[in-house]
Design a binder for this molecule. Structure first.
Ligand SMILES: [Ca+2]
Ligand SMILES: [Ca+2]
Length: 343
C-alpha cells in the first residue's frame, strides 16, 4: 500500500521539477565545497605567514645577539691592542669617543636571502654618575655632593630631602637617615611598596624614590647610571657637558664645553691628541685655574672605562629584536652583566 502511494506521488511530480531540485542540491554542495576550500586556504596562508613571522623573529633575535657579540669583540680587541702597545713606561690605557668601539654600527645584511637592517650603539657606562656609590664608605660623601649639585642644576633647591631618601633606598638598613625615608614612609602610601635596600639595578628605579617626579626623572635620568660595582670613576674622555658640569661646583656650561674641546688638540710635532691622557692633564686645564672651587676631586675621575652599554636593534622581514646589555670588560675578558629585551 505504501509503495503504491509512493508510485502515485512520483507520477504526480513533474520530471522538470526533479531536475531543478537536483541542480539546487548540486549548487549547494558546490558552494559548500568552495567555502570549505577557501577556509582551508586562508587557514593555510595564516599558518604560512605565522611561520614566516616566527622565522623572521628568530633571525632578528640571532642578529641582535650577533651585534652584541661584535661589540664585545671590538671592545676586547681595543683593550688587547693597548696592551700590545704597552711599554715599560706605558701610560694608563685611554678610552675615548673616537675609538672603534664608540662608532655606531648601521648596516644591512642579506646572508639569509632577506635584507636585515642592523643597528648597534655603544655607550660608555662610566660617562655618568653612578648613584649606587652614594652609600660607599669611602667616596659616598663626594657622590652625595655631586648628586645634590645635579638636583640643584635642575631647579631642585630642597635637594637634601631627595638625597637622604636615595641613601635610605640604597642602604641595606631600615633606619632612616636624617630627613630620609625607609619602608614605613612608602608603605603608608595608597599603593604601598618597600625600599630596595640594595644597589639599584636600573636608573628607572629612581622614579620610586620619594620626591623624584616624572619631570625631574626625565631631566636627571640620562645623567645617572646604576652600576653593580662601587666606587666606579667617571671617564672624563666620554662624559657629556651636563656630566662634566656636576664634577665640581661652579663649572659653567662654557667651562664644560671648553673641557670637551680640550680632549682634541694639536700636540707638539703636529700629532693630534684625541683625549686626555691622564686625569692630571685634565686638571691642568685653564678652566680649573680661574677658581679653586671648580676643581673636581681626582678620585672621581678616570681616563678609561670598564662598563659599557650596548643598544642593538635588528629588523628582518616582519621580525624585530631589540636588546640592551651592560658589559663589563676586564683586561682579558668581557662578559654580559645583564641583558634586557624589548620592542
Ligand atoms: Ca635602607
Ligand atoms: Ca637607612
Amino acid at each position: 500500500m505504501f509503495y503504491s502511494a509512493l508510485r502515485t506521488l512520483n507520477m504526480s511530480v513533474s520530471p522538470y521539477k526533479n531536475k531543478g531540485s537536483a541542480l539546487i542540491v548540486a549548487l549547494f554542495v558546490f558552494s559548500l565545497s568552495v567555502i570549505v576550500a577557501t577556509a582551508m586556504t586562508n587557514s593555510q596562508s595564516l599558518h604560512i605567514r605565522r611561520a614566516a613571522n616566527i622565522l623572521d623573529g628568530d633571525q632578528a633575535y640571532l642578529y641582535a645577539l650577533s651585534l652584541e657579540e661584535n661589540v664585545k669583540f671590538t671592545l676586547l680587541e681595543d683593550i688587547q691592542s693597548k696592551k700590545r702597545e704597552q711599554t715599560e713606561q706605558s701610560e694608563v690605557p685611554v678610552d675615548h669617543l673616537q675609538e672603534a668601539w664608540a662608532q655606531k654600527i648601521d648596516t644591512t645584511d642579506d646572508a639569509t636571502g632577506t635584507k636585515a637592517e642592523l643597528l648597534a650603539i655603544v655607550t660608555d657606562a662610566q660617562s655618568c654618575l653612578n648613584v649606587n656609590a652614594i652609600v660607599d664608605a669611602n667616596v659616598g660623601q663626594e657622590y652625595r655632593a655631586r648628586f645634590k649639585q645635579l638636583l640643584q642644576m635642575n631647579g631642585i633647591e630642597e635637594n637634601d630631602s631627595i638625597t637622604s631618601a636615595l641613601i635610605d633606598w640604597i642602604d641595606e638598613n631600615h633606619d632612616p637617615v636624617t630627613g630620609g625615608a625607609e619602608d614605613r614612609e612608602y608603605m603608608d602610601q595608597k599603593s604601598g611598596y618597600r625600599t630596595g635596600n640594595q644597589p639599584m639595578n636600573h636608573p628607572s628605579e629612581l622614579r620610586l624614590v620619594r620626591g623624584v617626579s616624572h619631570s625631574l626623572f626625565k631631566k636627571i635620568g640620562p645623567i645617572i647610571c646604576t652600576l653593580p660595582e662601587t666606587p666606579t670613576k667617571i671617564n672624563i674622555n666620554t662624559a657629556s657637558v651636563p656630566v662634566l658640569r656636576i664634577l665640581a661646583p661652579n663649572i659653567s656650561k662654557e667651562d664644560a664645553e671648553a673641557l670637551v674641546a680640550g680632549r682634541t688638540q694639536e700636540k707638539e710635532g703636529g700629532k693630534q691628541q684625541k683625549a686626555y691622557e691622564s686625569t692630571a692633564k685634565f686638571l691642568e686645564h685653564t678652566v680649573f685655574k680661574t677658581a679653586s672651587s671648580k676643581k673636581p676631586n681626582e678620585n672621581l675621575l678616570s681616563v678609561n672605562s670598564s662598563y659599557f652599554f650596548v643598544d642593538a636593534t635588528a629588523k628582518i622581514g616582519r621580525g624585530k629584536a631589540h636588546l640592551v646589555s651592560l658589559l663589563k670588560r676586564d683586561k682579558d675578558n668581557i662578559r654580559v652583566i645583564w641583558r634586557s629585551w624589548g620592542e
